[in-house]
Design a protein around this ligand. Structure first.
Ligand code: COA
Ligand code: ZN
Length: 337
């Protein structure tokens, strides 16, 4: 049944960036490219291919330029990359990134830990990157980390997030992503902040980015949908996390989110079976089990064979039913037939 609030939702795959940045072992450049090429066929709106960060900070993505230049662009897919500073913006321009995904944190402590700058220093860097992007006609999205809480500071005042978003909106960015970097968000908080950001910034594209650190990821996705958010970051297999945020763990998994949204009647355009097959390949590449659940269990209508000896069970039940039908009826007998 299609619910009355059924929507067309846009899904962004962030496993090649948010996912792989957290992996201990280096995934070979050719494997990254092959993975992205495969993901390109699965119906995503955007794929975050890599990050133009310092290779010392994120060694797993030190091959950003090769990945960006090596991937095969599929029509209709926007290839983005994470950018923390002007140097990153310059590298991204050289590689022809379709859209810049700038990053800074709503938390001063996390911003320092992750980007080695105060928030105001980050903001000035990013303002310069936005100018650079505008000169090249490249759209800009800004991912704001720790919007729903910081693992080192605790609660983040929603006014801080709203203030940052409106300052970026004033610089003519196309969108912002509200990131729950370490899975601190809970549904009513998500609903409230998403509504406030949407109401205050009509025309701004708002994306929600959840990590499933405390098993609230899917509930938060639904809360954001109800609040009017139509864009979501997800990560294949549920891999991911910020190496500079204590306790970080994986994003909401693409297959879990796509499956749930389809059950709820929303249209995402994502090919769930293709995603599950891609997750199997990812599991091989990263060399450890994936945490996502639909990857293990399959979609809810995936049918399983009955247990061993089932035909015998059926035959016995049939014999009993026939015997019962032959038996003379007693008064008050309510058996069928
Ligand atoms: N790409 C590549 N190299 C970069 C770079 C970039 N975007 N920014 C800086 N560098 C290099 C500099 O050229 C310099 O190189 P050198 O030592 O060979 O001279 C070195 O890194 C230090 O530069 P500096 O500007 O002092 O950077 P920093 O050490 O203060 O680090 C960041 C700042 C933002 C570059 C770094 O903290 C970073 O990349 N953080 C990203 C973290 C991240 O991605 N987290 C997960 C996503 S939320
Ligand atoms: Zn993230």
């Amino acid at each position: 049944m299609r619910p009355s609030n059924a929507r067309r939702l846009l899904i962004n795959e962030v496993a090649p960036r948010d996912g792989l940045q957290m992996e201990c072992s280096f995934v070979e450049t050719a494997d990254k490219i092959a993975l992205i090429d495969r993901l390109s066929q699965l119906g995503y709106a955007k794929i975050e291919a890599t990050s133009f960060t310092s290779p010392k900070a994120i060694p797993a993505l030190r091959d950003a330029a090769e990945v960006m230049l090596g991937l095969r662009r599929a029509p209709g897919v926007i290839y983005t990359a994470l950018i923390p500073n002007v140097r990153g913006g310059e590298r991204a321009v050289e590689c022809g990134v379709d859209e810049f995904n700038l990053v800074m944190s709503a938390s001063e402590t996390h911003n320092l830990a992750n980007l080695r700058m105060f928030r105001e220093q980050s903001f000035s860097q990013l303002a310069a990157v936005i100018e650079l992007a505008h000169r090249h006609g490249t759209p800009v999205n800004v991912s704001v980390s720790c919007c729903f809480g910081c693992p080192m500071e605790g609660e983040i005042d929603p006014a801080v997030v709203l203030g940052l978003v409106s300052r970026f909106a004033a610089l003519d960015v196309q969108g912002v992503t509200l990131c729950d970097t370490t899975g601190m968000a809970y549904p009513s908080q998500v609903a409230s902040l998403c509504r406030r950001v949407l109401d205050a910034n009509p025309g701004l594209e708002v994306t929600a980015h959840f990590h499933n650190t405390r098993a609230m990821g899917l509930a938060n996705v639904l809360a954001a949908v109800d609040a009017g958010v139509t864009r979501f970051d997800v990560s294949l297999g549920g891999i991911g996390g910020c190496p500079y945020a204590p306790g970080a763990s994986g994003n909401v998994a693409t297959e879990d989110v796509a499956h749930m949204l389809a059950c709820e009647g929303h249209e995402t355009g994502v090919d769930l079976n293709g995603v599950i097959l891609a997750a199997a390949e990812l599991e091989r590449l990263v060399g450890h089990d994936l945490t996502s659940q639909v990857f293990r269990s399959g979609p809810r209508l995936k049918l399983n064979s009955p247990p061993a000896g089932f035909e015998e069970i059926r035959a016995r039940a049939t014999r009993m039913a026939e015997g019962a039908a032959d038996a003379p009826r007693e008064q008050g007998d309510t058996r069928i037939g």
